[in-house]
Design a protein around this ligand. Structure first.
Ligand SMILES: [Fe+2]
Ligand SMILES: [Fe+2]
Length: 312
């Protein structure tokens, strides 16, 4: 084998001791729930029925719906490389079995959300495997920056990630309420049920580990959260506010159409309000641990506040 190839080979960690003694009963409880509440994105939703029910919608609407659910699918998929890195880290750090089990459940569940989403897109029209705009092609891979992750400890980083689960859970609840078609409602509901467990995992981590963090680490956590939110999630993933002008208008119009016809989408203005509300809840959740979440100027500061005032 050539030397350059050897350099790229990742060495497996020494796995011993392989600990099987449970340390966190509350995390194990989530693992048991995950087994009891497992679902199948292929079998548990009647995809033919959805196709039939939406068959007579205008072409433009079906296309907007397929684009919207393709975006949802890309986003859910974006959680899986992040999860894979965390699993690797959990093995390297010899973390307890139940932590590894939860992380592998997380990967499996995000993949199931991805599958449900691309199946909705395909029932409405055609799933787009590649975003049409160059901009989106660039923004989705930035969703997860392993360099940023590695500046935090395993548990702190995972807790930050679950703050995003909380945000996306609030958005998904609104999309569930918007969904007029039973199969789309069911998909949203099943996804939300998994997300509730992911959020609970974050709460457990906060309770168990946040009190021991230094003041500097807490500031860093808040900064990482704001950076990820501003850098990728407001750029068309959670909301369209940070997209370049042309793409913002086009993407917003597609979302508006999908929401208007009850395809499980949210109106762009509504999204900003939901995110602002969710941010307040998150700040209240982390307040007991003195983790400061900086202001997000695009949606909370001058421009965002003015825009919201103008549209209300
Ligand atoms: Fe998900
Ligand atoms: Fe999740």
């Amino acid at each position: 084998m050539e030397a350059s190839m050897l350099e790229e080979t990742v060495q497996n960690p020494n796995p011993y001791p392989i600990v099987a003694e449970l340390q966190f009963p509350d995390i194990w409880h989530l693992c048991v729930q995950a087994r009891d509440m497992a679902w199948d994105a292929y079998k548990d939703i009647d995809w033919d029925a959805l196709k039939e029910e939406t068959r007579n919608l205008p072409e433009e609407v079906l296309e907007a719906g397929a684009e919207w659910w393709s975006l949802r699918a890309w986003m859910e998929h974006g959680a899986t490389p992040y999860g894979a890195e965390r699993y690797r880290q959990a093995v390297y750090e010899n973390l307890p079995f139940e932590v590894k089990q939860h992380v592998s459940n997380f990967i499996q569940e995000e993949l199931r959300h991805h599958e449900a989403s691309f199946r909705v897109a395909n029932a409405l029209g055609t799933y787009q495997p590649l975003p049409r705009s160059d901009y989106f092609q660039q923004v989705i891979p930035r969703f997860h920056d392993e360099k940023d992750e590695r500046t935090m400890s395993f548990y702190a980083g995972m807790a930050v990630n679950t703050l995003f689960e909380q945000l996306s859970g609030e958005l998904l609840s609104a999309r569930y309420r918007n969904a007029r078609y039973p199969q789309i409602r069911k998909a949203c509901q099943l996804i939300l049920r998994d997300e509730a467990r992911h959020i609970q995992f974050g709460r457990i981590l906060m309770q168990r580990f946040f009190n021991d963090l230094s003041a500097e680490e807490k500031v860093l956590l808040g900064e990482k959260f704001a950076k990820k939110l501003r850098g990728s999630l407001l750029n068309g993933v959670y909301a369209v506010v940070n997209l370049p002008e042309g793409e913002r208008k086009r993407a917003a119009r597609a979302r508006e159409l999908a929401a208007e016809y009850g395809l499980g989408a949210t109106h762009p203005d509504e999204e900003v309000d939901i995110i602002v509300g969710a941010l307040n809840k998150i700040r209240a959740d982390v307040a007991p641990y003195q983790v400061p979440i900086p202001e997000i100027p695009e949606i909370e500061g001058g421009r965002g506040a003015e825009r919201r005032a103008a549209s209300s």
